[in-house]
Design a protein around this ligand. Structure first.
Ligand code: NAI
Length: 312
């Protein structure tokens, strides 16, 4: 059994849906849990302490350790402070809180955009930033970002939500790199689960297959001290877990590139016959430069730049 004895975990939006199940399961496995929830509606209106309190009561009734926090994730530092005040440290941060303001782009108001930005992108930033240096000091940290298929692939009516969900992938990628030397990992999940966010868009027979409990094993695994996986994106739901990565085609190179040449060679730009999978910006750039120099030497043209030296 993967245990989390005395690890201090913050789960944002833990008053319901997927977050509640994370909180219960971490507590069952020995963690001390900060159950954060603003307790508002699924479109971000109102606030109540009830949702967080209920989950804390459930954890305590089962013999676990938990404290509530009712702040919005926009005030992430207060939530981290709750962990420090009650348990003295922060080991694991699950950025999970979320709302929806679905509307087609032509009808979107600035408020629809800003609210989704504040809860998803800014909220996860504020929590992660407030927790970061405490994790660095202890040379241990596990962070989860919650993205969505709407961000990875796009979804009608969710330009605000999809944008912020993709922003979290960017944040996670860089935190994974910056956290490496301090044993801080950061991964992103794109879940699919029955909750108040999905109950109106899917039929009951599908929702039955999508219990939030199915999201929990992946997050437990990624947050365990023995797991070193970092900077990855996973789709997860209904008992299925899959890793997602960016794929880059071998592409087309011509020193004298023109729109016409591009038109004639579009198939090469699009072909994924010989792909690469950069995992950092430097790998991306060095891959492009190496490809350009290879092609240049094949065609007798003078290389634009020297390929970077391989790491010793
Ligand atoms: P949910 O609505 O059941 O749970 C979200 C919780 O976050 C609620 O309890 C809510 O009160 C809380 N919350 C909202 N705004 C908050 C704020 N500013 N500060 C603190 N707490 C706040 O929804 P669900 O489905 O459990 O969603 C969890 C996460 O998973 C969200 O980030 C959502 O965007 C994401 N997600 C869910 C999918 C699904 O299929 N259910 C699909 C893709 C992503």
């Amino acid at each position: 059994m993967l245990m989390f004895k005395d690890r201090v975990v913050i789960v944002t939006g833990a008053g319901g849906g997927i977050g509640r199940v994370y909180a219960l399961e971490f507590a069952k496995r020995g963690a001390k849990v900060v159950v954060n929830d603003l307790g508002g509606s699924h479109t971000g209106q109102g606030a109540s302490s009830k949702a967080a309190d209920k989950v804390v009561d459930e954890i305590k009734a089962a013999g676990g350790v938990a404290v509530p926090n009712y702040d919005s994730v926009e005030d992430g530092e207060k939530i981290v402070q709750t962990a420090l005040d009650n348990f003295g440290r922060i080991d694991i941060l699950i950025n999970n809180a979320g709302i929806l303001r679905d509307v087609s782009f032509g009808k979107m108001s600035d408020n629809d955009w800003d609210l989704i930005y504040r809860v998803h992108a800014k909220g996860a930033y504020k929590l992660s930033r407030a927790a970061w240096n405490h994790m660095r000091e202890k040379s241990f940290g596990r962070i989860i970002m919650t993205s969505s298929a709407a961000g990875l692939y796009g979804n009608f009516g969710q330009s605000n939500y999809g944008s912020m969900k993709m922003a979290l992938v960017g944040l996670s990628n860089t935190l994974a790199q910056e956290g490496k030397t301090k044993n801080i990992t950061c991964n992103t999940i794109a879940p699919i689960a029955a909750s108040r966010l999905t109950e109106s868009v899917m039929p009951p027979e599908i929702l039955d297959q999508l219990k939030p409990d199915y999201i929990v094993p992946l997050v437990l695994y990624l947050c365990h001290e023995d797991t070193t996986e970092s900077g990855s994106v996973f789709e997860v739901g209904a008992g299925w877990v899959s890793k997602v990565r960016l794929e880059r085609s071998a592409g087309f190179y011509d020193k004298n590139l023109s729109a016409e040449k591009l038109k004639d060679n579009w198939g090469k730009v699009e072909s994924f016959d010989n792909p690469s999978y950069p995992t950092s910006a430097s790998e991306s750039v060095s891959g492009i430069l190496a490809a350009v120099n290879n092609k240049a030497s094949e065609t007798g043209a003078s290389p634009l730049v020297r390929p970077p030296k391989p790491a010793a």
